[in-house]
Design a protein around this ligand. Structure first.
Ligand code: ZN
Length: 60
């Protein structure tokens, strides 16, 4: 995630604020939940709404 920007791991598009995304990650084995935030920076991959498909994007 260079420059702190989140990008879709499929299409490479920058994830915009307030956008619905799928967060794909491996749950840390030994770390507690409080460390997940830091973990996300290194391990998380985002998939944008468009790539993820319609059935998971219900907003209301
Ligand atoms: Zn995408």
């Amino acid at each position: 995630m260079p420059g702190g920007e989140a990008r879709c791991s499929i299409c490479g598009r920058t994830i915009e604020g307030d956008e619905t995304v799928l967060l794909k990650m491996r749950y840390p084995k030994r770390k507690g939940f409080t460390e997940i935030k830091a973990y996300l920076k290194n391990e998380a991959r985002f998939v944008c709404e468009k790539c993820f498909g319609e059935r998971w994007t219900e907003r209301d």
